[in-house]
Design a protein around this ligand. Structure first.
Ligand code: SF4
Length: 468
């Protein structure tokens, strides 16, 4: 998923980018990087949380009023050398960060080598976009039109879902969203002591702490360039219907964020409310959320059903999200490390346990086991998302159907596999009622908003890369 941010106009971009990245930490905890520009590029990247990578000293060295930041969540590539931002020194100096994936990555890697004599140095699909864009940029004299031609070339060549923010050294900041607008990207503005600055970022939650004002969501297939005099140039390059990722509302985004005009918090309340119909008549003592994402839905479900809401599981907030950890073993350990049970609330109770989704089933199974070992009599598991059955090729880490518990198993088999007494999934109709029809929900119904001809190769190769 990854969190991205790009800033232009304020005196010390890196410091604000750092604050922005703290607010995007939930989108990626694997690594973090900042690239700034003053005369030349300045870069600092490292493994782990934002606070671990940056300090006053290294932020001071990241000079310039133009910069990019990236919180990494790996779906592609594995080595530390794949940590973003990336940059090329020619032409002008082009830096980029992205959130998403390119399905035809492997054929484009070959194309760049054979047709453009450009060698890629990482397993990260951002590098492909950086080369395609820079190649076009180097072919003509600089103007905003050349930037839009570069983005068009990226759209023409790549198939996938992505949001990108970039720097062109000494020229300005640009951003674009794929032709389907799958991954989020917003634009904000701040006026401080009469001076303007602009920010592009994954979620508007960043604006609050930096005191930026929301201007608008970037549109599907749109590119925007902000020059160094802070003039904004924008162009809609393709004109397809937007299909934002439903999983942003269900799981990924912070509840304070608003995505494509719909509050994440409100959407989660509604998802909880929708589930009421399925659970009518169920007798239980408590409703307990798996913290933190599903808390909002659990509150509305409790209100509707008249069953008390309790926080029976307490999260150790200093340990990363289990879904982000890359191996099953790590995930199993993480549940015990991350969640503590409030025994006084659990023992002898019949519990409705609410989670946002079931991906591989490992986490759900371990949480149910934890509750039962702590004295829970019955655990009824509720997922605010319908069954996840198909891989995502647009930046979320469910790359292969066989890894998804709902791909081969029916509800009863899933219930038995995770050890629940009963299992309730959100249905597709209810999800659409909350999020509308114009969303990507390909991981639920297999209907992808882009061509997926090269998906099989991508799926196979990506697994290899992840295993390195
Ligand atoms: S396939 Fe699923 S997770 Fe991936 S972008 Fe579409 S809705 Fe989101």
């Amino acid at each position: 998923m990854c969190g991205i941010i790009g800033l232009i106009g304020n005196k010390n971009a890196a410091k604000d980018i750092f604050i922005g990245m703290l607010n995007l930490q939930h989108r990626g905890q694997d690594a973090a990087g900042i690239l700034s520009f003053k005369d030349n590029f300045h870069i600092k990247k490292g493994r782990g949380l934002v606070e671990r990578v940056f300090n006053e000293e290294n932020l001071e060295a990241l000079q310039g009023n133009l910069g990019l930041g990236h919180n990494r969540y790996p779906t592609m590539g594995s080595a530390f050398s794949d940590t973003q931002p990336f940059f090329l020194t020619y032409p002008y100096g082009v830096g980029m960060v992205h959130n998403g994936n390119i399905i035809n990555y492997f054929s484009l890697k070959k194309y760049l080598k054979e047709k453009k004599q450009r060698i890629t140095n990482t397993d990260n699909d951002l590098e492909i976009m950086l080369h395609i864009f820079s190649d076009k940029l180097s072919a003509a004299e600089f103007s905003e039109n050349v930037i839009f031609d570069g983005v068009k070339e990226v759209f023409d060549k790549t198939i996938g879902g992505y949001s990108v923010i970039g720097i062109i050294g000494d020229k300005g900041l640009f951003a674009f969203k794929d032709p389907r607008g799958i991954r989020p990207l917003v634009l904000g503005e701040r006026i401080e002591n009469g001076k303007k600055s602009y920010v592009f970022t994954s979620e508007d939650v960043v604006f609050h702490s930096l005191e930026y004002r929301f201007i608008r969501d970037m549109r599907a297939g749109e590119a925007v360039f902000i020059d160094k005099k802070l003039n904004i140039h924008s162009r809609i390059i393709t004109n397809l219907k937007e299909k934002p990722c439903m999983f942003e509302w269900v799981y990924l985004a912070r509840p304070e964020s608003v995505i494509s005009g719909l509050s994440v918090y409100k959407a989660r309340l509604s998802l909880g409310k929708e589930l009421t119909k399925k659970l009518k008549g169920i007798k239980a003592d408590l409703i307990i959320p798996v913290p933190d994402t599903s808390r909002t839905a659990a509150i509305s479900l409790s209100e509707e059903l008249g069953i008390p809401y309790r926080e029976g599981l307490i999260k150790n907030r200093y340990i990363g999200r289990t879904f982000i950890m890359s191996s099953i073993k790590e995930r199993e350990n993480a549940v015990r490390l991350k969640l503590n049970v409030v025994y006084s609330e659990i023992a002898g109770k019949d519990i409705i346990l609410v989670d946002d989704s079931i991906v591989r089933g490992t986490t759900s199974k371990n949480i149910i086991k934890l509750l039962k070992n702590s004295g829970a009599r019955k655990v009824y598991f509720v997922s605010t998302c319908p069954p996840l059955k198909y891989p995502c090729f647009y930046g979320i880490d469910f790359p292969s159907s066989v890894e998804l518990i709902a791909f081969q198993k029916n509800n009863n088999e899933i219930k038995n596999a995770i050890g629940a007494d009963r299992l309730f999934y959100q249905d597709m109709k209810s999800l659409r009622r909350v999020l509308g029809n114009d969303i990507c929900k390909a991981c639920l119904d297999g209907r992808y908003p882009t061509d997926i001809k090269e998906a099989k190769v991508f799926e196979k190769e990506r697994l290899k890369v992840r295993e390195c």
